[in-house]
Design a protein. Structure first.
Length: 184
């Protein structure tokens, strides 16, 4: 009787194989599911990073567009003030306006070139008396409307004509440094 009790309590070789195969299949399935989930998580992370970069680019473009529009809005009253002082021959007041503006954040330089393209007022005093075309793009002097151009990814240049009663008195050129955008 001992032999029959031992046979009942110990699994046969086939039962051991089935149990071992079941355990191996279970472990294989668990490993496959884990690998699949890791691949899915990596894809989600890549998609998320791509979406974040796309959002970053859109926000940066909107900020630049907003700054360009703000510079255009600023140009009109500033040109009126400069025009008034130029008609009076009061260039020292034009210099004062420019110096005050540069004290504000991100304004790098303010220049006024006369109708012949000679810089008559500049926050960088070494530029005064120079031909504008020697230090920057002379196309700014010929535009009949306010323009804002990107010099690179961090600088905007606004130019606006200063019109007299029946002639062009000069051109206002403002250089503005875009604030650095940091995302966390």
């Amino acid at each position: 009787m001992n032999t029959s009790a031992e046979t009942i309590n110990t699994p046969s070789k086939n039962n051991r194989r089935i149990l071992l195969i079941t355990i191996l299949i279970g472990l294989s399935l668990a490993a496959a599911i884990w690998i699949l989930k890791e691949v899915q998580m990596n894809n989600i992370k890549k998609d998320d990073e791509r979406d974040r970069q796309s959002l970053h680019d859109k926000v940066a473009k909107q900020i630049i567009d907003s700054k360009k529009e703000n510079l255009k809005v600023l140009a009109k009253p500033y040109v009126w003030a400069v025009r008034s002082e130029m008609l009076k021959g009061n260039i020292s007041q034009v210099n004062l306006y420019a110096n005050e503006m540069v004290k504000e954040g991100n304004f790098e330089s303010v220049m006024v070139a006369d109708g012949q393209g000679i810089i008559i007022s500049s926050t960088n005093k070494k530029d005064e008396g120079l031909q504008f075309s020697t230090i920057s793009n002379s196309a700014y002097l010929s535009s009949d409307s306010t323009m804002v151009n990107s010099r690179n990814d961090s600088i905007l240049v606004m130019s606006s004509p200063i019109m007299g009663f029946n002639n062009r008195l000069g051109t206002l050129i403002i250089t503005y440094a875009l604030p650095r955008i940091e995302y966390k």
